[in-house]
Ligand binder design. Structure first.
Ligand code: PGA
Ligand code: ZN
Length: 433
């Protein structure tokens, strides 16, 4: 097979919010083709790679014709002839093509689609699934899912301040079992909302629309849904929160609009620790804002020995920020969103920086997604051990869970799913690992 890139092209397609996004195709001289679609965030960190959008009035300014043109016009000639198996070199060329620290010129949506499409082409040329190509034939483990039950924050008109109310089932024996338990809890949560006359529909990532009077009521209702589904909160099913606190940071503090509460950083830390003491919470993402290092250090110091503390907006899939956080004592896990970095190699570098410190690593979708299932393969092939995709409804979410089921089946006897070991050592030890 000739693995040299013969053609790169992009087109504008549509994401799960009905907004345009970039799809890239990479064709190799030997005939293999790879294709990938850029996802898009709504609660974006200010330090992440930026998407290039057309602006103006068409599609609310969300058009991606300029990003598509950048792929077809500027990026394609730079990649023609490159070996698709050399991901680092391809991504270095993408970075050079852009030339800015945040992909602001050609667009992170352009670079990420091309970067992922090149990996798909290389895997196709080898005749193996992407996860196997990424692991270079080495051992892999299936990732523990965290799955949203209620979706709030920027994904639900800020109906709640906390963004994601999720569950984790770390003691399950397989992905299949995790998904069966999740399906039960998701359905039970819908029944609870129905019973209370609070059923409105779903939010951006498929979780139930959060019709609650306080943020804490969502936690209470989640515990109730777990019990109603016949499971034991804190024993077999745990809560995972993405507080996404950057979204409600104001000045030096935080404004929880639903609770009519204004907090300093110290008070926010207290609030999070209080929730962690009273609810079966195993993982907390962005408990404080992206610039609140003292807050993140305080939460990690107080809870990090037994609870996963994830940096999303705080770390933006950036290896330098992971290094700095580790030096400061902030976080014990990183969320890995390829489009926050803008290429596979840069995202992998952030994951590697975290794994060197025995942190947890969670490959993550964005709130704007498509049928593209690349992240399921990244979570397996990179041995990330955790995967966050959103909820348990809507096909752009279910496509990823279903792909994991296929990979689990393909792994057969080689399957290594070990959810309790998916975390930083102290957190795993608390689960009995
Ligand atoms: P997003 O948020 O809307 O930026 O994708 C998802 C998250 O905060 O994890
Ligand atoms: Zn987040």
């Amino acid at each position: 097979m000739n693995n040299n890139i013969a053609q790169v092209r992009a087109r504008s397609v549509w994401d799960s919010r009905g907004r345009p996004t970039v799809e890239a195709e990479v064709h190799l001289a030997g005939g293999a083709i790879g294709r990938a679609i850029a996802p898009a965030g709504a609660s974006r960190g200010k330090y992440e790679a930026v998407d290039l959008r057309d602006g103006g009035s068409r599609f609310g300014g969300m058009g991606v014709e300029r990003a598509v043109a950048a792929v077809n016009g500027e990026i394609a000639p730079l990649l023609i002839g490159a070996d698709a198996r050399e991901q680092d070199q391809i991504d270095a060329r993408l970075c050079r093509a852009d030339g800015t620290p945040n992909k602001g010129r050609v667009g992170g949506n352009a670079t990420v689609a091309v970067s992922m499409a090149a990996a798909h082409a290389a895997a196709a040329a080898e005749g193996v699934p992407l996860w196997r190509w990424l692991s270079r034939g080495g051992p892999v483990s299936l990732p523990l899912p965290e799955i949203q039950i209620f979706g709030g924050g920027a994904h639900a008109g800020r109906r709640t301040d906390i963004q994601d109310f999720m569950i984790m089932v770390p003691k399950a024996a397989s992905i299949r079992e995790v998904l069966e338990v999740t399906g039960d809890v998701y359905r039970a949560a819908g029944e609870v909302m129905q019973d209370r006359d609070r059923m409105v529909g779903t939010a951006d990532e498929g979780g139930w629309w959060p019709m609650f009077d306080t943020n804490e009521q969502a936690l209470e209702t989640l515990v109730e849904a777990i019990e109603r589904a016949g499971h034991r909160p804190g024993e077999d099913v745990f809560i995972s929160l993405d507080i996404a606190a950057s979204e409600f940071a104001e000045g030096n503090g935080y404004v929880l609009a639903l609770d009519d509460a204004r907090s300093s950083s110290e008070e926010m830390v207290e609030r999070v620790c209080d929730w962690a003491a009273r609810y079966p919470i195993l993982s907390i993402e962005d408990p404080v804002g992206q610039d609140d290092t003292p807050g993140m250090v305080a939460v990690t110091r107080r809870l990090g020995g037994r609870i996963q503390i994830i940096g999303d907006d705080y770390l933006v899939t950036n290896s330098d920020r992971v290094d700095a956080a580790a030096a400061a004592g902030a976080c014990n896990a990183v969320l890995v969103k390829v489009n926050q970095a803008g290429s596979l190699s840069e995202a992998k570098a952030a994951l590697d920086a975290a794994q060197r410190r025995q942190w947890g690593t969670i490959v993550s979708a964005r709130s704007g997604e498509t049928e593209d299932v690349t992240i399921a393969h990244l979570a397996v092939g990179w041995n990330a051990r955790q995967l966050k995709v959103g909820s348990f409804a809507r096909s752009e979410r279910m496509a990823k869970w279903n792909e994991l089921l296929r990979i689990e089946e393909a792994l057969g006897a080689d399957n290594r799913f070990d959810g309790i070991r998916a975390f930083a050592p102290g957190v795993s030890a608390g689960l009995g690992a």
